[in-house]
Design a protein around this ligand. Structure first.
Ligand SMILES: Nc1ncnc2c1ncn2[C@@H]1O[C@H](COP(=O)(O)OP(=O)(O)OP(=O)(O)O)[C@@H](O)[C@H]1O
Length: 247
């Protein structure tokens, strides 16, 4: 079956086929074929330099793949510009901060919602997003006064305010306190009731809290794809993380 034969009717949301990204002589992503179904929550792990961020950048249009295809809801999107891909329904929270200290939580969410919806609808969306990120009580707070974790939740809120069908989260739990990590896992599980997600993370405890299927990248290629328990028990995964804790 070719990538063009698959449609939304198969329940497949995203499919990459032999996706490859070369930077000169460096093959950052090599022949990655990955399928994500509607409402899936996929975790993507792998050691530093494994190609996870490069893979995300191809999905969002920041990078044009050297070869291979990406299909989203059955439509080819590889090489499309980031705005076009966002409009199709792929949203991302990157590791780069995207908030303004002087604006309130509500203003951030409203601005993100307003890009997608008319004023009245945007207000409803803001209320529901604030509830989903558990920040209704902090709606009026300036983002500059929030904790690191709270700022991350605002960024997640800004992504869901755009109502994407697929949400990419790049290390959402990085730098968080234990309580913030627990809350983030809860927020992500809640979002997954209505949205598909791909989450890149290094924190294995966090992965255990949210993961169903885990895809392991190593040296640009998919090493293993399985349940969280099977992946963490896999000797090949242990070998690539040699010297690092994977449980
Ligand atoms: N713009 C670029 N030019 C040249 N090489 C690059 C570029 N971007 C990434 N690479 C290389 O591609 C490989 C994959 O990098 P990438 O950042 O995708 O890995 P990663 O799995 O996201 O790592 P980390 O977990 O550290 O974020 C690395 O060898 C990296 O040095």
């Amino acid at each position: 079956m070719t990538i063009q034969d698959t449609t939304a009717a198969d329940g497949i949301l995203l499919q990459t086929s032999n996706l490859t990204m070369r930077f000169g002589g460096v093959v950052a992503v090599s022949d990655v074929s990955l399928t994500l179904r509607e409402l899936e929550l996929r975790c993507l792990i792998g050691p530093n330099g494994a190609g996870k961020s490069t893979f995300f950048k191809m999905l969002t249009g920041q990078l044009k793949p050297s070869t291979g295809a990406i299909s989203f809801r059955g439509a080819p999107i590889a090489g499309d510009d980031p705005h076009a891909i966002a409009r199709r329904g792929i949203g991302i929270k990157t590791q780069v901060p995207n908030v303004f200290d002087g604006l309130s939580v509500r203003e951030h969410i409203w601005l993100a919602a307003r890009r997608q919806h008319l004023d009245r609808r945007a207000n409803d969306v803001v209320a529901s997003v604030l509830d989903r990120i558990r920040m209704t009580h902090l709606a009026g707070a300036q983002v500059g006064r929030l904790s690191h974790g709270q700022r991350q939740w605002v960024e997640i809120g800004m992504v869901i305010a755009g109502d994407p069908d697929l949400i990419l989260l790049d290390e959402p739990a990085a730098g968080m306190t234990h309580d913030e990590v627990l809350r983030t896992a809860e927020i992500i599980r809640d979002i997954n009731q209505t949205k598909a997600l791909i989450v890149v993370e290094h924190d294995m405890q966090f992965i255990r809290m949210i993961a169903k299927t885990v895809t392991v990248f190593n040296q640009g290629a998919v090493l293993v794809e399985s349940t969280v328990d099977a992946v963490l028990a896999d000797q090949r995964v242990r070998d690539v993380y040699l010297g690092k804790k994977v449980h």
